[in-house]
Design a protein around this ligand. Structure first.
Ligand SMILES: Cc1cc2nc3c(=O)[nH]c(=O)nc-3n(C[C@H](O)[C@H](O)[C@H](O)COP(=O)(O)O)c2cc1C
Length: 373
């Protein structure tokens, strides 16, 4: 009788254990976002270039761009997608244009990797309902695919995990800043680093208290593999540095209903504290406040991102100070800079560098092909 009881107990325990392990595996396994890169009448190398170009940094991974690809003219026209604007954190669309600048730079870099020269021309005037730029491309003679550059495109990503706090070698910083203009580096221990660290925490705490902020963020958070795989935009668990069991618990406990409550906001503040306390430097990218200057700041940000990849340095933009008053109004004078701050990036080393999560939309969702055969 007793032996039968022990046997039943063991069977139940094994079933519970296996059930738990399977559940954790299912919630924690990596998402498989299959971006469809097919475009009617477009050659495979251009499809690939456009796919990797979409790995550009962009706020909340909204991918707020639309493109017209004219095959006959060999030209891409870039438009903003105002339906993907972040009206609460970015009412002036500053970050939207920076994101479009990142995308433009990424297109240039990706086309170059596939053997195409590009020339960029800004539209006049630039507005939300207008095109912002055209990029003409032409294949170089005897062009070869630059696999190293394609690797850089794939590896560039925003790393939201904690970084090592060790100092970064002065030569590496000099190399990163070489021939750049308007990019500044503040190391741990400096007054400016403390200002950016504390200001970021204060600004994040302030915006997290706002219901409209929480609603907007919730719209772009992804809380299951299925959601990330279907929507192909927004911020998945992998993109906030969660994998395996931790990712499984995150997806099991968080959803769109509880993502606007105080507990989720407090977790966000706690994560930001770990991020700002676990990095080696802050970089700031400066520029004037016009639409073209914002796009240019985006191009600079993306190009700087590639340099960081080549130096195995992880980066994460932290925009709260630029989104919240008084920080957004005071930062330029507090840091004594000639131009306004457009991007704040924390940086540092991690053990396993990782790569882009590739949560990106199908090309046909935002690219219209014209003048094909
Ligand atoms: C203008 C701009 C602002 C951003 N602000 C933040 C931010 O405040 N916090 C953050 O964690 N990431 C920020 N990011 C990074 C985006 O979340 C990230 O680029 C996007 O999710 C795509 O992921 P990926 O960079 O790994 O490809 C920002 C990116 C851009 C271009």
């Amino acid at each position: 009788m007793r032996r039968k009881g022990v046997k039943t107990f063991l069977i139940v325990a094994v079933i519970i254990f296996l059930g738990g392990a399977i559940t954790l595996y299912l919630f924690g396994k990596p998402a498989k976002v299959n971006t469809d890169t097919h475009l009617n009448g477009v050659t495979e190398d251009i499809e690939n270039a456009l796919y990797y170009a979409s790995f550009a940094a962009n706020s909340h991974n909204t991918q707020s761009w639309k493109v017209e690809l004219d095959i006959a003219k060999q030209q891409l026209t870039i438009f903003p997608d105002e339906e993907r604007a972040l009206d609460f954190v970015d009412p002036k669309h500053r970050e939207l244009y920076i994101s479009l600048g990142c995308y433009i730079e990424s297109i240039t870099f990706a086309f170059d990797a596939y053997g195409y020269d590009t020339t960029l021309e800004y539209a006049e005037p630039i507005g939300l309902n207008n095109e912002i730029a055209t990029i003409s491309y032409s294949r170089r003679e005897n062009a070869e695919i630059n696999n190293r550059q394609i690797e850089t495109l794939k590896r560039r990503h925003t790393d939201k995990r904690s970084y090592n706090t060790d100092r970064i070698n002065a030569e590496v910083i000099a190399q990163l800043l070489k021939d750049t203009d308007g990019i500044y580096c503040y190391e741990t221990g400096t007054e400016e680093f403390e200002y950016l660290k504390n200001g970021t925490m204060e600004a994040i705490s302030k915006q997290s208290a706002e219901a409209a902020y929480r609603t907007e963020l919730n719209q772009w958070m992804r809380f299951s593999n299925k959601e990330a795989e279907q929507k192909k935009d927004g911020i998945s668990a992998e993109m906030i540095g969660l994998n395996g069991i931790i990712k499984a618990f995150y997806y099991m406990t968080t959803n769109h209903k509880n993502a606007e409550n105080d507990t989720f906001a407090a977790q966000g503040i706690d994560t930001a504290k770990k991020q700002t306390e676990n990095c080696s430097v802050f970089f700031v990218i400066t520029g004037n406040d016009t639409v073209i200057d914002w796009i240019e700041a985006g191009r600079k940000t993306q190009a700087f991102g590639y340099r960081c990849v080549e130096n195995n340095l992880s980066i994460q933009p932290l925009s709260a100070m630029l989104e919240v008053v008084p920080y957004s109004e005071d930062i330029q004078s507090q840091l004594d800079l000639a131009k306004n701050v457009q991007m704040i990036l924390r940086a540092g080393y991690v053990k396993d560098y990782g790569e882009n999560a590739g949560v990106r939309r199908n090309l046909e969702d935002y690219i219209t092909v014209i003048n094909g055969n």
